[in-house]
Design a protein around this ligand. Structure first.
Ligand code: BGC
Length: 757
């Protein structure tokens, strides 16, 4: 049991309020003996449970169902699973997600929570400590609101630059994804609640996500998407793994014996429980025997597969009783392990220090902002800039956030909500939402009384160009909204924004572009503007963070966790697989009214199953661009600073666990943080990230960075030998500022080695 925040006296006091109807003496409830292991305690509970109680624990409803039972219930989140009150096992109250305690739509009217930036922004910090602090903060809010399971830990690799949910994921790289997901999960779970890791696995696109069949051979899968989950799980022990909607190699992820029984539970020795995504279950016997432990959001499935049909299957022997006991065991042992039974989450909401939490959101945004271009040191803004015009993207009122189940109604409320433009099964629930953190107000406050800061909305391009011409500096905000349940169909900024930026930059050569995007975009105007700052979805303090970076109060230090292609044609799949089927289904549904009852939504949207071939294999992201010899617009790992950094003194230790050390020096005039990156090229082929470290340096200061290489990152997975194989020989090493840079080069002599799967 790791790092619980509670003193034992408090724990004893809480024990007596653990929802028990009878006395909780050790004689009557021997499982409350904390000197026993979580497994022993779970076994003791299970001995007392009836078949109906076991069945009740393996299927959960959508959180909304609780409101019908009790209109005053405050713990309305994404899901609910009854515990066993008579035995002192609390209910599971589940809330989304990785960006904060989500509360979109009707979920908890009037409730607010702290909104972190999108996960891509957190990953841009390349700083696990920042991810952990954010996780700790959102987990504490989840707990204070009465939740004991947070549906966080989005760890799918960004395989496609157009995925609608890229903003909820961390990166295209295995190591960066694993490190940041693990840190965030550790932060969440330090509150004595469970975090998931999701969506297991290869749930890499939103179009047709409930039906598509993702195709990728075992070795490549183990070396890429699975390895990101494997390393993250090893480093953070998330209480639950959420299996995704999609099929993988012909089986739904939530009924894949290979993924659940063989890889996760057998090879990786995972001891937590597998919960389904909401509406991701398609069978009873197949799913239960394949390793799914709990059906979630059952209203969204065709039937309650893990309700009466599971009971019958157990009675008939189609699902062994031992398997049902194992499903329940995994849930209860994890509840004991993470403190859910001994230190239950509060029944009534507790006070939250939103001011302190806002600082965490702002710090993350400040560290995750990526400066992509800065000609002639246009930024930071000079104090001589007295007339500044802001243009577009509602920068007068707020900053954009991503849509779907991760949506947080942030402290301060929504500045603006607009309807989802393009329909689809979830259009009744998802809205384009701006957090009330106005860049205009923040820039005005920072520019001071002597400056004239104005805003034009950019809908009239001529008027915007005129305003830019009259100003010392023009700051154009380019935004691109993404959401769960649909992908973006091209990488251009939507609407007339490219034209707007062209016109503004033609009118004023001191044009700064601030991007609020949920993934990579193309920039046809890149050569015409002076500076570009990628501000992602910057969370509820995004306006303030943007102002701090523009004025140089904060030296930008974010680095891209995804490649920005020069054109969509460079991407592994320039067109979204299945998009024609999605268009047709939308057309067919056009005259039907939008569904407003989430529990009766057909998640497929009428799209039939189709295959998605991941032909790039394990060469995801920057490795694909290297393999093809494409020069992207901005490479993975790229990011400028207001100072500069140099690397020297490369030292390599050979052997089974090669380690790399080198010196990083701040060669400029400002303090700043750098993220030197170490890449290795196994088989002399594409480089892959094997180490990184965020280093804060004063001007002129140097520090030595040492990274040791996780062996599986330089191994091949051998399906015949069922394990990882590292070949003897020279491993090319580079140290650089990004994936395309080789400031230092060397070779590590690596010893041959095989490792278990
Ligand atoms: C999403 C999950 C989420 C769940 C519960 C699903 O639609 O894919 O990420 O946790 O809903 O809200």
């Amino acid at each position: 049991m790791k790092r619980l925040l509670f003193a034992s006296a408090a724990a004893i006091a809480l024990l007596s309020t653990a929802g028990c109807s009878t006395s909780s003496s050790a004689d009557e409830r021997p499982w409350m003996n904390t000197s026993l292991s979580p497994d022993q305690r779970a076994d003791l509970v299970i001995k007392e449970m009836t078949l109906d109680e076991k069945i009740a624990m393996v299927n959960g409803t959508m959180g909304m169902a609780l409101r019908k039972e009790n209109p005053d219930e405050k713990r309305i989140g994404a899901g609910h699973v009854p515990g066993v009150q008579r035995l002192g096992i609390p209910d599971l109250y589940e809330t989304d997600a990785s960006l904060g305690v989500s509360n979109g739509g009707e979920m908890r009217k009037g409730d607010v929570a702290t909104a972190l930036p999108g996960s891509l922004m957190t990953a841009s910090t390349f700083d696990p400590a920042i991810a952990e602090e954010g996780g700790k903060m959102i987990g504490s809010e989840a707990r204070a609101k009465g939740f004991n399971v947070q549906l966080a830990g989005g760890a799918n690799l960004v395989r496609d630059p157009w995925n609608g949910r890229d903003f909820e994921y961390l990166s295209e790289d295995v190591l960066l994804t694993a490190e940041m997901a693990a840190a965030s999960i550790n932060g969440i779970q330090s509150n004595g609640i469970v975090s998931t890791i999701k969506h297991y696995v290869l749930n890499a696109q939103e179009s047709g996500r409930n039906v598509l069949d993702a195709k990728l051979g075992e070795a490549a899968l183990r070396e890429s998407d699975l390895l990101a989950f494997q390393l993250a799980i090893e480093k953070s022990h998330p209480g639950s793994v959420m299996c995704g909607y999609n099929q993988v190699n012909g089986h739904y992820a939530c009924e894949s014996d290979f993924l659940l029984n063989e890889v996760l539970k057998q090879d990786w020795g995972y001891t937590g429980w597998v919960m389904s995504d909401w509406g991701a279950v398609h069978s009873t016997v197949k799913a239960a025997n394949a390793g799914l432990d709990q059906e979630s959001g059952q209203e969204l499935d065709k039937e309650v597969y893990f309700g009466a049909p599971l009971k019958k299957a157990v009675e008939d022997g189609a699902v062994p009783m031992a398997r049902l006991d194992n499903m329940v065991h995994r849930i209860i042992r994890t509840m004991f392990e993470h403190g859910l039974v001994d230190h239950p989450a509060p029944e009534k909401p507790e006070k939250i220090d939103y001011d302190a939490h806002a600082k965490v959101a702002q710090k993350t945004a400040e560290a995750g902002m990526v400066l992509l271009k800065n000609d002639n040191d246009l930024l930071p803004l000079a104090s001589s800039a007295k007339k500044i015009v802001l243009i577009g993207s509602h920068a007068d009122v707020g900053v954009l956030s991503g849509g779907g189940s991760s949506q947080v109604r942030s402290v301060g409320g929504d500045a603006l909500q607009l309807p989802m433009p393009d329909g689809g099964p979830l259009s009744g629930f998802i809205k384009i939402t701006y957090h009330a953190s106005s860049p205009l107000q923040a820039i005005k406050a920072r520019a001071g009384a002597g400056a004239e800061v104005s805003y034009v909305d950019g809908t009239d391009i001529e008027a915007a160009a005129k305003a830019a011409k009259d100003a010392d500096i023009a700051i154009v905000f380019g935004s691109e909204w993404r959401t769960e349940a649909q992908d973006v169909e091209n990488l251009n900024l939507p609407g007339d924004q490219d034209k707007l930026i062209e016109a503004v930059s033609a009118a004023n050569d001191k044009t700064v572009v601030v991007l609020e995007t949920g993934g990579p975009v193309v920039m046809p105007w890149q050569n015409n503007v002076g500076a570009i700052l990628e501000a992602w979805y910057p969370g509820q303090k995004g306006g303030e963070a943007i102002a701090a970076v523009l004025f140089g109060d904060v030296n930008p230090s974010g680095h891209l966790p995804v490649t920005f292609p020069a054109a969509l044609s460079q991407a592994p799949r320039p067109q979204i697989p299945g998009i024609d089927l999605v268009h047709k289904a939308k057309e067919d549904a056009k005259n039907k009214p939008a569904n407003t009852d989430l529990s009766t939504v057909d998640l497929t949207g009428g799209v039939p199953p189709f295959p998605v071939e991941y032909r790039e294999g394990a060469d995801v992201g920057y490795r694909w661009y290297q393999k093809k010899g494409f020069t992207p617009l901005y490479p993975f790992g790229y990011g400028l600073s207001y100072t500069s950094f140099a690397y020297s003194d490369l030292k390599i230790t050979d052997g089974e666990n090669p380690s790399i050390s080198f010196k990083v020096t701040n060669t400029g005039k400002r303090a700043g943080a750098d993220v030197p990156q170490v890449y290795a090229a196994p088989d002399n082929e594409m480089r892959r990230l094997v180490g990184f470290q965020r280093v804060m340096l004063e001007p002129g200061e140097s520090k030595v960075v040492t990274v040791s290489i996780e062996p599986r990152l330089i191994a091949d997975y051998d399906t015949g030998k069922r394990g990882w194989v590292i070949k003897q020989g020279g491993l090319p090493i580079t140290v650089g500022h990004h994936a395309g840079d080789a400031s230092l080069t060397g070779v590590a002599e690596v010893s041959a080695r095989t490792l278990k799967p």
